[in-house]
Design a protein around this ligand. Structure first.
Ligand code: ATP
Length: 239
């Protein structure tokens, strides 16, 4: 078995007395799409925040690409290649599409030519962003803002892309579009960790999936296996 790109052991996060994440293990294989699904309040967002170094870990160890990143500050984690797509799309609405994308690449040290090449890749993935390049991000539709958030994260040259509910608030047809693009990005070699309440869609595109309930992993398996698992069907897929 190849070594996981991200290896999480015993991760726990508490907010005061609330045990939001309760000692979970995750193994993300390189080049794969892994998903973490679960109901509202299960601890999914908290897990991502902890991996990105944005909330304190009460316990656990995080190894990324062979390095222990457990105690690193967020900017060092991003620089190491673990990049989270901003939640709620958090695009900078008073900046243009292009300025938002440029911001995504600003911590890179590999020069203007490499950044320009990646900008072209983002525009190829999302032609709509190219069309709106000089328009304000605030004038984009919800789906376009989600594309911009993903594009901005890609500009940071991630080795692992984390996404927190990219489907939230979007029409089903746009969700299909976003998920299709995630698959495409993955096919080009990027490892993806996707957190979703849209369990059906997430399991459909995932190579491997974890189900989180009350801060604990209760099931794990391939996306296809969990789609057919009676417990998952009853709890998350409407029977
Ligand atoms: P959602 O899909 O609603 O975001 P989630 O699975 O991502 O759900 P979390 O947001 O990680 O779940 O929340 C896990 C638990 O931690 C919940 O009980 C939530 O109420 C609690 N929680 C989250 N953020 C905080 C906070 N800043 N302070 C206190 N409790 C919090």
């Amino acid at each position: 078995m190849t070594a996981p790109l991200l290896d999480v052991k015993g991760l726990a996060v508490r907010y005061g007395h609330v045990e939001a994440v309760n000692g979970i293990d995750l193994h993300l294989a390189p080049g794969r799409i892994t998903t973490l699904v679960g109901a509202n309040g299960a601890g999914k967002s908290t897990t991502l925040l902890a991996l990105s170094g944005l909330v304190a870990k009460a316990a656990g160890r995080v190894q990324f690409d062979g390095t222990d990143i457990t105690a690193l500050p967020p900017h060092r984690i991003v620089a190491s290649g673990l990049v989270q797509v901003a939640e709620g799309r958090a695009t900078l609405t008073t900046l243009t599409v292009r300025e938002n994308l440029d911001l995504g690449g600003y911590t890179r040290r590999d020069g203007a030519a490499a950044r320009a090449a990646d900008l072209e890749k983002v525009y190829t993935l999302f032609p709509r962003l190219k069309e709106r390049e000089h328009g304000l991000a605030g004038n984009l539709s919800g789906g376009e803002q989600q594309m911009l958030a993903i594009g901005r994260a890609l500009m940071a040259r991630p080795k692992l892309l984390l996404l927190d509910e990219p489907s939230m608030g979007l029409a089903p047809i746009i969700v299909q579009d976003i998920f299709r693009t995630l698959r495409e990005i993955n096919r080009e070699g990027l490892t993806i960790f996707l957190v979703e309440q849209n369990v059906r869609q997430a399991l459909k595109i995932a190579d491997h999936a974890y189900v989180l309930e009350n801060g604990r992993i209760v099931l794990e398996g391939s996306g296809a296996l969990l789609l057919n698992e009676p417990k998952v069907q009853a709890a998350y897929l409407g029977g």
